[in-house]
Ligand binder design. Structure first.
Ligand code: HEC
Length: 128
């Protein structure tokens, strides 16, 4: 009987764990989709759907195409404060976003960017 109770409470704990984990994942996904929308609205035109840069835009802006690739190592390894500062203030031909977006929106887009960089790093690790 004691063992049975123990097993039951373990099972309950396990179920509670699954429920909270899936809730957490739902929040995380919602966050990323908000970031994705923001990225589509104001970043994709120069940096591209996959954040690897739009060649024609590099030509228009007269920057090396690699500068527009946000999945490259340099950008992937920027610290979170540096990344949000860069998006807020801009740099060179990269426009500032502080007049359009709240700090929270900038944080969301930075988070979305990180998710793309994570994938790129994984892909990159299979290359020589
Ligand atoms: C008008 C085109 C344009 C738009 C729109 C744009 N960027 Fe950029 N971005 C650039 C250019 C050009 C650079 C390279 C600047 C340089 O290296 O001098 C750049 C560089 C960056 C960098 C790297 C900075 C570094 O230090 O190397 C990040 C991060 C970035 N952009 C994020 C974003 C995000 C996020 C958005 C949307 C909010 C965005 N950009 C919108 C043109 C753009």
């Amino acid at each position: 009987m004691k063992n049975c109770l123990k097993a039951m409470s373990l099972l309950l704990l396990f179920l509670a764990g699954i429920v909270s984990l899936s809730l957490l994942l739902t929040f995380f996904k919602a966050d990323l989709s908000a970031g994705r929308k923001l990225f589509e609205a104001r970043c994709e035109s120069c940096h591209g759907d996959d954040a690897k840069g739009v060649l024609q835009q590099a030509k228009n802006l007269k920057v090396a195409p690699a500068r527009l690739d946000l999945t490259r190592g340099e950008v992937a390894h920027m610290s979170a404060p540096d990344l949000t500062a860069r998006i807020t203030e801009g740099k060179g031909r990269m426009p500032s976003h502080k007049d359009y977006w709240s700090p929270e929106q900038i944080r969301l887009v930075a988070e979305y960017l990180r998710s793309l960089q994570g994938k790129a790093r994984k892909v990159g690790s299979h290359e020589k």
